[in-house]
Design a protein around this ligand. Sequence first.
Ligand code: AMP
Ligand code: TRP
Length: 339
Amino acid sequence: MGRKRVLSGVQPTGALHLGNWLGAIRNWVKLQEDHETFVCVVDLHAITVPHDPSLLAENTLKTAALYIACGMNPQQCSIFIQSQIAAHSELCWLLNCVTPLNWMERMIQFKEKSVKQGDNVSIGLLDYPVLMAADILLYDADLVPVGEDQKQHLELARDIAQQRINSRFGSESIPILKVPTPLIIKEGAKVMSLTEGNNKMSKSDPNENSRITLLDPPDLIKKKIKRAKTDQHFGLEFDNPNRPEADNLLSLYAILSGMGRENVARECSQMGWGTFKPLLTEATISALEPIQNKYKELMKDRTELHYILDNGKNQAEEVANSTLKRLQLALGLLRKNQN
Ligand code: AMP
Ligand code: TRP
């Protein structure tokens, strides 16, 4: 048996933040060691809400550079840009034709995002999870490492593969599509906003102080943590539902300092916010420093970056096209030179 396959992706909308790193990318880095790993920048997802075309290509390249800066190794995995492989859009169409509309209308992220768009909700926004299912199913992925917020989308991808493709068009013994398993690693799966401990850290929060991006310089990190919301209690603790900010900032400290929850719980139980915040600041700056250095190096001479993405595209496209063909045949589409 070959190695298990992993696929994941992040949208190139704005700067990646601690949630993207700790909830998703950090886990990919470990998985690439013993899994066949594909990671893409999902630029077709980024255009499901209004976007600025003059920034998209640059943000796409920057996001790919950050994957590598965070530790994705092009020798061990395939890194590519979603829109460069036509099979993603083609499979999305085929899956659209078998996916019930009412499954889509139930999607929480659609409901949340569509409220913000008012009368301008695109069909693409509604269809976003089907495109995501196509991304995953094209690679026969066994595991999809994502943050907690993507769980419902993963369930949809499983239902499409199992109930709408395999059970309708395949036979019990020969499934057409692999049914993927979500991999949500609890630690870091939901990093919360710095300004409101009950909201998740998000690229789309209009308040920039709510998130720390992977490229924030040290003095900005210091400022954001200084302004982060706290509470009136003395002594810091995890898991108190009345103290979401304490739980979030301690969790960040436990991961970023590498100390782990138990040590941090002990160290901080008698600590006030004024002592704690500089420690968290220091741990954050140190954890991001190597990423920022590697990122700057990659963006200085982009030739290597383009070479890596070309390679990744070639590797991914071969797999994607073969899955697409399998599905086209199963659905009865006439292939070129088919008798
Ligand atoms: P997005 O920013 O929506 O493109 O998300 C990219 C990846 O980061 C997905 O796997 C998300 O689940 C993950 N992610 C986004 N925000 C957070 C967060 N606040 N905490 C943990 N993971 C997150
Ligand atoms: N929807 C995901 C997010 O916002 C991004 C995404 C698109 C993705 N296609 C994917 C994640 C395939 C994992 C696998 O986070």
